[in-house]
Design a protein around this ligand. Structure first.
Ligand SMILES: Cc1cc2nc3c(=O)[nH]c(=O)nc-3n(C[C@H](O)[C@H](O)[C@H](O)COP(=O)(O)OP(=O)(O)OC[C@H]3O[C@@H](n4cnc5c(N)ncnc54)[C@H](O)[C@@H]3O)c2cc1C
Length: 471
């Protein structure tokens, strides 16, 4: 736990002032900034990289999963759906397609370069300012309120002032610097979900891959059974598979593979023949420790080289595949979870609790990649389960004018494993940005805001807050 910090004021220092500052341009932060600016707040979005999208671009993650519950009823609308509609129009996403793996009912592939540009266009159209290559390094607390962020970039150090702050850094960087307590990892030993270096490969012969899956269903894993998976394989315009179980096991026994993963998890992107390989697994390292992060990058890249070599040698469809790139940064699934006014827990998820201050719905199962050992523990839900993510998990006792959105919000290890996926994080981002802007309009802090105003604004902008019957 960190004590609240008082900012030492270095000189010379420029100070810019905003209504709302969002830290982090990932799925959650980008949507928060767009929503805030569209609601009329003078908004700044700060991002350490030179592009938006967070995990979806920097960590090579995809596809988005899922805009639907396990009965294929849509639960995410609003800004995230608008983003997909815009990308469909430009040919950079096929939209929601059947998940051949049958883990979810649908997945949403996309082209990551197009995603970067579409998010920038939406930010520009909304009128928000964008500050790239800028790292938030500290906070100033005056009389219990967060007044400034200290940022570091090519111009040196700058103070940025705002009335409301949104921490969408994924790691809770702002909240923690401002003195908000947090937890990390699972309860028994503090270990988090592992990191993964995603690898992108092109020139995959998708027809051959489909034929292999059809002819070798036992070499693949379909969560809802092979019959349903193979049915979806015939109709889905993009392939997703957990495959090559036998060859991978044999390669491990022969000492060709060291990655502790039981199948090759592959997802075709918005571009036919281009695949994301979500296979590498780096356990026991802390995504907020810079030395651990550095180590994870090198281990991840080494594992990806090994996996690519395996595919070229053993996997039908990959004979002529080309290695495009490993992601710009290691994929970090879980780090700090701040302690908010309420901590979302596994029972809230399993029982589909509908909170009166829900900012969005969710339907993705509890999906825990083993923090140690092998495997992935999934808790699937009874049919039609829809849960909700409430505002109270974004608010803290310590800092009244801070909203902690995205995957660093207040949740247990298990609950985070369900809510963390990108459609839900984007919907949550829309909710967070809307709350921030309404606070500016009504001259209050989030805790004082009449939540009816939030619901009204969100519903008017396409957000889906009402769970479907029998959820
Ligand atoms: C390997 C892996 C596979 C996954 N697979 C899927 C999948 O298939 N489908 C799916 O939907 N979800 C998947 N997820 C989950 C999902 O990608 C993340 O949980 C989600 O992106 C979280 O969104 P976010 O906006 O909270 O955080 P992030 O996407 O992490 O975005 C945070 C942003 O903040 C920036 N930032 C951080 N700190 C600072 C700072 N101090 N100053 C300035 N900027 C900062 C970062 O650069 C980043 O852009 C996966 C995640 C991982 C790691």
């Amino acid at each position: 736990m960190f004590a609240p910090t008082t900012l030492p004021i270095p000189t010379p220092l420029r100070t810019d002032s905003y209504d709302v500052i969002v830290t982090g341009g990932g799925p959650s932060g980008a949507m928060a900034a767009i929503a805030s600016a569209r609601q009329g707040a003078r908004t700044l979005l700060i991002e350490q990289h030179g592009f938006l999208g967070g995990s979806l671009t920097a960590m090579g993650v995809g596809p988005m999963m899922s805009f639907h519950d396990n009965l294929r009823r849509q639960i995410i609308g609003g800004l995230p759906q608008e983003l997909i509609d815009r990308m469909i129009k430009k040919g950079s996403s096929p939209g929601h397609v059947d998940d051949v793996i049958t883990y979810c009912s649908t997945v949403t592939p996309f082209d990551s370069e197009a995603l970067k540009m579409e998010l920038e266009t939406m930010i520009e159209e909304a009128g928000a300012d964008l500050l790239y290559h800028t790292l938030v390094v500290d906070t100033a607390i005056v009389d219990g309120r967060l007044t400034h962020l200290l940022v570091a970039n090519k111009a040196g150090l700058t103070q940025l002032k705002a009335s409301i702050f949104i921490d969408a850094s994924g790691d809770g960087d702002v909240a923690v610097r401002a003195g908000v307590p947090f937890a990390k990892g699972r309860e028994q030993d503090g270990l988090t979900q592992p990191m993964t270096m995603n690898l992108k490969v092109g020139n995959v012969d998708t027809e051959q891959l489909r034929r292999y899956a059809r002819e070798n269903p036992d070499d693949c894993e379909f969560d809802a059974g092979a019959a349903e998976g193979l049915r979806r394989l015939e109709t889905s315009p993009r392939v997703s598979l957990k495959a090559f179980i036998g060859p991978l096991r044999r390669a491990r026994e022969a000492g060709e593979i060291s990655t502790p993963r039981e199948f090759i998890l592959l997802f075709e992107t918005g571009t036919p023949g281009v695949f994301i390989l979500n296979v590498s697994r780096i356990q026991g390292l802390d995504g907020t420790n810079p030395y651990d992060l550095s180590k994870a990058e090198t281990i991840g890249r080494r594992q990806c080289a090994e996996i690519f070599h395996f595919l070229k040698k053993h996997a039908p469809g990959f004979e002529h595949a080309i290695r495009m790139d490993t992601s710009a940064q290691i994929g970090v699934r879980e780090t700090r979870r701040i302690q908010g006014l309420y901590t979302l827990n596994q029972d809230d998820i399993l029982n589909g609790v509908q909170f009166p201050d829900a900012l969005c719905l969710g339907g993705y199962p509890i999906d825990i990649h083993a923090p140690s050992g092998e495997g992935t523990a999934t808790r699937f839900f009874k049919p039609g389960t829809q849960y909700s993510i409430p505002l109270r998990c974004l608010l803290t006792e310590q800092v009244p004018n801070l909203l902690v959105g995205g995957r660093c919000l207040s949740a247990t290890h298990e609950a985070l494993a369900a809510i963390r996926v990108t459609p839900q994080m984007m919907a949550l981002g829309q909710g967070t940005g809307t709350v921030a802007a309404l606070c500016i309009r009504h001259h209050c802090d989030p805790r004082q805001l009449d939540f009816r105003l939030v619901r009204e604004a969100l519903v008017a902008n396409g957000a889906m807050l009402e769970a479907s019957p029998n959820s």
